[in-house]
Ligand binder design. Structure first.
Ligand code: FES
Ligand code: FES
Length: 234
């Protein structure tokens, strides 16, 4: 999902005419009273008083360079796949992955950091996607419940086996939090599990079932020896 332009070459370079338009260097003559006094080079941030001056500068010094990325450009990896987005300053990570990308497994319940239903894993740590701005996620590695399910993680099967859900709305957040726990601790105690799940709320009251499912999933992972030594890394 890369921002693109028909006037760009494969390396991102614009042709001469498109360059000035895309950089929005032209004074807006359509707006009465608006008169641009300074022109800032988007490559090196030198300012010029006249449009012709910055035009000459870019042609002389930067013509062969790819257009710099705007501040709202975010590169990140979600479930192992790389994406590039142009985000608005007020977009949350939840909005990006749920509304823009269609990973609807991540749920929004409180939208204020109180319930854990929107939990995703960012660079190995569970975080609340409703409280994280998309612009903060530059270069991050995100894992959602879809990625966990696609990896055939035993948590999914054990959650079903132990009937850990009633309405199921909170369940993805629990599974994601549990996955982050097992990534750093393959032999958690019940206390450690309850502590890890402390930020996840369930209005249906399924709490007693989660430790059982997580401990059984951990046992399967230990027996399969899928991630040897990972407990020590935590
Ligand atoms: S929806 Fe994000 S913490 Fe509740
Ligand atoms: S299963 Fe309904 S809110 Fe948790």
């Amino acid at each position: 999902m890369k921002a693109g332009s028909s006037n760009r070459s494969s390396c991102g370079r614009l042709d001469d005419g498109a360059l000035y338009q895309e950089l929005k260097l032209m004074p807006n003559k359509d707006v009465p009273g608006v008169e641009l006094k300074k022109y800032s080079c988007p490559y090196c941030l030198i300012t010029f008083d006249a449009f012709e001056a910055i035009k000459s500068h870019i042609v002389a010094d930067h013509k062969s360079e790819a257009l710099p990325e705007s501040e709202g450009t975010v590169h990140l990896t979600i479930n192992g796949q790389e994406y590039t987005f142009q985000v608005e300053p007020d977009w949350t990570l939840y909005y990006l992955i749920h509304d823009k990308l269609g990973f609807t497994g991540t749920k929004l319940m409180c939208d204020r950091g109180a319930c854990g239903s929107c939990t995703v894993i960012m660079n190995g740590r569970p975080i609340l996607s409703c409280m994280t701005l998309a612009i903060e996620c530059k270069g991050k590695r995100i894992e959602t419940v879809e990625g966990i399910a696609a990896s055939n993680h035993p948590l999914v099967e054990e959650y079903v086996k132990h009937h850990c859900m009633q309405c199921g709305y909170c369940t993805p957040g629990f599974v994601v939090t549990a996955k982050a726990l097992l990534d750093r601790n393959l032999n958690p105690t019940e206390y450690e599990i309850r502590e890890a799940l402390g930020g996840n709320l369930c209005r249906c009251g399924t709490y007693p079932q989660h430790p059982k499912a997580i401990m059984d999933a951990a046992k399967i992972l230990r027996e399969a020896n899928r991630e040897p030594g990972i407990r020590d890394a935590g």
